[in-house]
Design a protein around this ligand. Structure first.
Ligand code: IMP
Ligand code: MG
Length: 179
């Protein structure tokens, strides 16, 4: 877990905290007077989620959903499976989904279909990272932290084979075979 192993961070803790404060401010303005439910997509979003909700100046409620996307070899599963569902009904509610990273877009696309069928009042997506180059499906991400190049990254919640989530910044992991 040292810089020796991962090289320099591509996004530092300082940059991340500054950007998250901005996102929190924007979300607070956009949802002013509304009853917002913020949903973290596990596991990857947990670190970003914890910082983001504390940057939102509204009395939000939180929930979590766990989906399978990448297997232990970091290959895209293509179809997304809900492993652990929300604890409550979202019908008629303003819902903001918080993701770690949007890559092919399959996860967001599949989550969107699933959640829209539950008839929320509104549904928006927020992602810390956006790897636009790798998109297979066009998806709208309402709030993006950082656009990043086509590299496999770890840290701040993001994993490789379920490890490195505790790295306090985002770093590129070299020689990863994604697909
Ligand atoms: P998508 O369905 O291809 O958009 O992939 C989204 C999911 O893949 C994310 O929620 C991550 O869990 C995982 N993922 C994609 N790219 C990376 C990466 O560079 N590092 C770690 N996880 C990633
Ligand atoms: Mg993951």
């Amino acid at each position: 877990m040292s810089e020796r192993i991962f090289g320099k961070p591509i996004i530092t803790q300082v940059e991340m905290q500054r950007r998250i404060k901005e996102l929190g401010r924007r979300i607070s303005i956009d949802y002013e007077g509304k009853d917002l439910l913020v949903v973290g997509v596990l596991k990857g979003a947990f670190a970003f989620f914890a910082d983001l909700i504390r940057a939102i100046r509204l009395p939000v409620r939180v929930d979590f959903i766990m989906v399978s996307s990448y297997g232990v070899k970091s290959k895209s599963a293509g179809r997304v499976k809900v492993i652990s569902d929300l604890t409550a009904d979202i019908a008629g509610q303003d819902v903001l989904i918080v993701e770690d990273i949007v890559d092919s877009g399959l996860t967001v696309n599949s989550l969107k279909k699933n959640l829209l069928s539950r008839r929320p009042k509104s549904l928006r997506f927020c992602a810390l990272l956006d790897k636009q180059e790798r998109r297979k499906i066009d998806v709208v991400i309402d709030y993006v932290g950082f656009k990043i190049p086509n590299k496999y990254v770890v840290g701040y919640g993001l994993d490789y084979q379920d490890k490195y989530r505790n790295l306090p910044y985002i770093a590129v992991l070299e020689n990863v075979d994604e697909e």
